[in-house]
Design a protein around this ligand. Sequence first.
Ligand code: HEC
Ligand code: HEC
Ligand code: HEC
Ligand code: HEC
Ligand code: HEC
Length: 357
Amino acid sequence: MKKIILLIAATLAFAKFAPNSKCQECHPLIYQEFTQSMHAKATIFKDPIHAAVWKKHPLHKKGAYKCAKCHTPAANNFKELIAPNGIGPDPKNVSQNDAVACAYCHRIEAVKEGNRTNSNVISSHPRIYFGARKEHIASPFHKIDTSKATFLKGTSCMGCHSHNRNNKGLFLCKMEYNATSECASCHMPQVPGSVSTLKKRATHAFHGFAGAHIAPKMLAKYVDLSLAPTPNGLRLTITSHIPHELLSHPARVAFVKVMVLRDGKTVWQKRELLVRIIGKNGKPTPPWLATQVLKDTMLKANESRSYSYDVTLQKGDKVVALLGYRLVKPPLAKKLGLDPKLNKPVILKKVTFIFEG
Ligand code: HEC
Ligand code: HEC
Ligand code: HEC
Ligand code: HEC
Ligand code: HEC
């Protein structure tokens, strides 16, 4: 028994960050949501898309998992993991499986700007967690510090989400911080259920981090889709209320589809792709080889965009418009050998109207 206790004490001492399982004891709801989130699944063990790209990446051969900086930043062997020594991610390592860990995020004291990527400055106190609640009770496990700008102003996301440039200097993704519409207000809205088991509260900040994989319907209200008849046919308008591009990752492809249905049959349809394609010498390439943007039709921050179509409508026609996306562009999904089940189209928004003549 003594041996086991000593062993546990030793493991805790070596883990730089308290494990997620510790937080589960008093924050079961938040923990439950978190385990479903892409932050909990950011590893090559739980994210098949990340795993497939990592396998093709030149650093894979060297065994230098530099992706750890953002995908498994709480790893207890972080330095070895990113070094070119061939060890690679270890599915048995608990701290790697903690992925973008609870304690890691809640110890982000500041964000340091950088050329290739930004970096997080982590506080040296393993048991002081930063937060944003105006009022809270004391916690028996940790201290709470609600004085940090990273949490009060909501900039804590920008160490990992602001940008990522390859070694050719090309931005693979880019997201600006917006003080009036900060990340947590949309991605971590207050939802029913208590913050902890120690004091009953009506709501807590959603820790499933709604996004392209998880609970996208929670975000659908931030994009409007409208259809209107015109003298020559139809106009479709998409209006974004998002302070960043509709989708940011270069693997993604969004689409809008407009269909005219007559007597239950599709008699006319049109599709537009909203996509950013990167590459070299005019041809698409993997992100690490890309030197230029070949095409960019992605919906921009707060953009309103209309498409007009010449089509002859008849009284009683049903017009349907969809806004959706796939996580991975189909040609890329094929190259990566992804299971097609993982890449089904997701419909974010749908509008219909009946043409009255
Ligand atoms: C600067 C931080 C950072 C680094 C370093 C980083 N990533 Fe990411 N990665 C992210 C963020 C943030 C997302 C989510 C972005 C989004 O959805 O727009 C992401 C998403 C991804 C995705 C999409 C996953 C999915 O399920 O759709 C892939 C693939 C990926 N990263 C591969 C890699 C690989 C491979 C490396 C290392 C060679 C790496 N990343 C390094 C921050 C980073
Ligand atoms: C023994 C119980 C216990 C454990 C274990 C615990 N917490 Fe807490 N935590 C609390 C209590 C109680 C509060 C205050 C809740 C309230 O006021 O409603 C709290 C509040 C917080 C806050 C809120 C900060 C703010 O905005 O006020 C954060 C962040 C937090 N905990 C993070 C964590 C993390 C991360 C872990 C795991 C590493 C963890 N907690 C483990 C009991 C615990
Ligand atoms: C330590 C780095 C890190 C920090 C800090 C971070 N993220 Fe992430 N985030 C990631 C990575 C990596 C991914 C992609 C994981 C994957 O798909 O494999 C991601 C994915 C996401 C997604 C996409 C989810 C989906 O369903 O596709 C959202 C939304 C998100 N993060 C929001 C946030 C918000 C909001 C904050 C700040 C409160 C934040 N992130 C802070 C690394 C981070
Ligand atoms: C990607 C970063 C990130 C991760 C991972 C994360 N949190 Fe949070 N958490 C935040 C942010 C940001 C807030 C403040 C949200 C806001 O401003 O509304 C927050 C708020 C909280 C609060 C206060 C809730 C409230 O409603 O005020 C608690 C408690 C908490 N987190 C605990 C946890 C626990 C436990 C985990 C893991 C199971 C976790 N967090 C994982 C970023 C994170
Ligand atoms: C006004 C609401 C709103 C705000 C504020 C906001 N987002 Fe988003 N975000 C969205 C919507 C809507 C989507 C697209 C829907 C989806 O991915 O399902 C999205 C998508 C994302 C994705 C997935 C992109 C991809 O390619 O997979 C990430 C990551 C993300 N947001 C991070 C952030 C970060 C970080 C911030 C703060 C800098 C932020 N968001 C601010 C609404 C918002």
